[in-house]
Design a protein around this ligand. Structure first.
Ligand code: UD1
Ligand code: CA
Length: 464
């Protein structure tokens, strides 16, 4: 059997979203909506995937490699949208059409619709589903022979009558067509309906009139074909997509303590025996290895964690964390940060664009920006890198096995050698050689009898 061409309808205005962002670019679990049916099509073994987009180039850059884009000049309806892909439908490959706003469609469902279509020999097969609340969907009107007669649209009043509105079987927005018969039939569809649009489902009537078979493929899982028309639908679909993602991770050996309180984007990768505690958000291209413990109350975006990393109550953005490192509670790691094996970045510590060496500890109340810190170093509580001179950023280089005193400022550019020490409360503006102690503060001096002197001065004043 020739691999099908899958057409994903993704033009259309998405007016019901009430958004400046095109509907197809609204994200579901970190992926633009349009990518969901595309991935399902690829996994189902599509020969070509053609996405029909609008003329504004909204989908540029949002489509995976190898996916073709056809442009529908004006949003004149779903039938017109398929015609916009006509040039790419030549040949006798079967054509699967999927509404782009049906993001939960699975590869299994697409394959099943195609399978049913080929084995029945029909010219068209339409997936249908029974919904408790069919509001907004096209109703499947069946003839006396039980076959599909036509689809009664309901988006605008006027297309469907009272009896049709009571039908609960709806058009799921997934179709299979005979590749040679689709285009000629579509060209005969007229926009004589409430919206003045070319409705794709009207092609079924054309086929039926020509005595070509029209088959229905009943879908038993209504969730797989939920359409997204507004943001209420978007939230509903997101929750279902999220559940699928969670279940795949859990089946692969990840513990998600409270799935309802955990957000994991579609592209996130997690290793076995990693535990995700509640109120955690793993987003974008985040990866974590095995036996990590993440959360509670942790956000990790586009970051890579190796094995056995612990992150508690923390926020990580575009950083890299190696084996056995411990982060938090209340650590904030910003882009370009690398935390090497077994290092610790502790409480109320912010790190930006810095390299924290193996086994190094940054336990409390610290800001490290543009710093390179060697291994086995201890950064004292209250350490700050002054990395910005008001015009430019500079680096701080701290060697291995350094003993940083508490409340130290490193005024960059500055370099501290291996095995060096800094005295508590120092503003280190000059390099500290290896093995040396850098002291940069006033020596302490005690004023004896100060309290007594103050009191007698005060007494004098009152008398005086
Ligand atoms: C459509 C079906 C309806 C079905 C429902 C399933 C039609 C006329 N109606 O209704 O029978 O029950 O889907 O979810 O097809 N699009 C374009 N160009 C256009 C118009 C739409 O590319 O000119 C795209 C949209 O981006 C969307 C898809 O086609 O992804 C469906 O369009 P939409 O307007 O949402 O159709 P529905 O009213 O939901
Ligand atoms: Ca829709």
């Amino acid at each position: 059997m020739t691999a099908p061409t899958v057409v994903v309808l993704a033009a259309g205005e998405g007016t019901r979203m009430r958004s400046a962002v095109p509907k197809m670019l609204h994200e579901i679990c970190g992926r633009p909506m349009v990518q969901w049916p595309i991935r399902a099509a690829i996994e189902a073994g599509a020969g070509r995937v053609v996405v029909v987009g609008g003329p504004g180039g909204e989908l540029d850059g949002a489509l995976p490699d190898g996916v073709e884009l056809a442009v529908q000049r004006e949003p004149r309806g779903t039938g017109d949208a398929v015609l916009a892909a006509a040039e790419r439908l030549e040949g006798d490959a079967p054509v699967l059409v999927v509404n782009g706003d049906t993001p939960l469609v699975t590869p299994q469902l697409l394959a099943a619709v195609l399978q049913a279509h080929t084995s029945s020999g029909a010219a068209a097969t339409i997936a249908t589903v029974e919904l408790d609340d069919p509001t907004g969907y096209g109703r499947v009107v069946r003839g006396p022979d039980g076959g599909v007669e036509h689809i009664a649209e309901t988006k605008s009043p006027g297309d469907a009558d009272e009896a049709e509105l009571r039908i609960r079987e709806v058009n799921a927005g997934v179709y299979a067509f005979d590749g040679t018969r689709l285009l000629p039939a579509l060209q005969r569809v007229q926009p004589d309906n409430a919206q003045g649009e070319y409705y794709l489902p009207d092609v079924l009537q054309v086929f039926r009139g020509d005595d070509h078979g029209v088959a229905a493929f009943p879908v038993d899982d209504p969730q797989a074909v939920l359409g997204v028309n507004d943001r209420v639908d978007l939230a509903r679909v997101r929750a279902l997509a999220q559940r699928r993602i969670h279940e795949a991770h859990m089946r692969a050996g990840v513990t998600i303590v409270d799935p309802d309180a955990t957000t994991i984007d579609a592209n996130v990768q997690l290793g076995r025996d990693t535990v995700i505690e509640p109120a955690s958000f793993l987003r974008g291209s985040t990866r974590a290895g095995e036996r990590c413990r993440i959360g509670p109350l942790t956000t990790i975006i586009d970051s890579a964690l190796n094995d056995q990393v612990t992150v508690t109550h923390s926020y990580l953005l575009e950083c890299e964390v190696h084996d056995g490192a411990k982060l938090g509670p209340f650590a904030y790691l910003r882009p370009g940060t690398v935390v090497r094996a077994n290092a610790k970045v502790g409480t109320f510590v912010e790190v930006k664009n810095s390299d924290i060496g193996e086994g190094t500890k940054v336990p409390h109340l610290t800001y490290l920006g543009d710093a390179d810190v060697g291994g086995q170093t201890n950064i004292g509580a209250g350490t700050i890198t002054a990395n910005y001179d008001g015009f430019r950023k500079h680096r701080t280089r701290i060697g291995e096995r350094v003993h940083g005193g508490v409340d130290t400022s490193f005024v960059a550019p500055v370099e501290v050698g291996d095995d060096a020490w800094t005295a508590a409360g120092s503003a280190i503006v000059d390099d500290v050689p290896p093995g040396a102690l850098g002291v940069a503060r006033e020596r302490q001096r005690n004023v004896e009898g100060y309290d007594a002197r103050k009191r007698s001065e005060e007494e004098e004043r009152r008398k005086g």
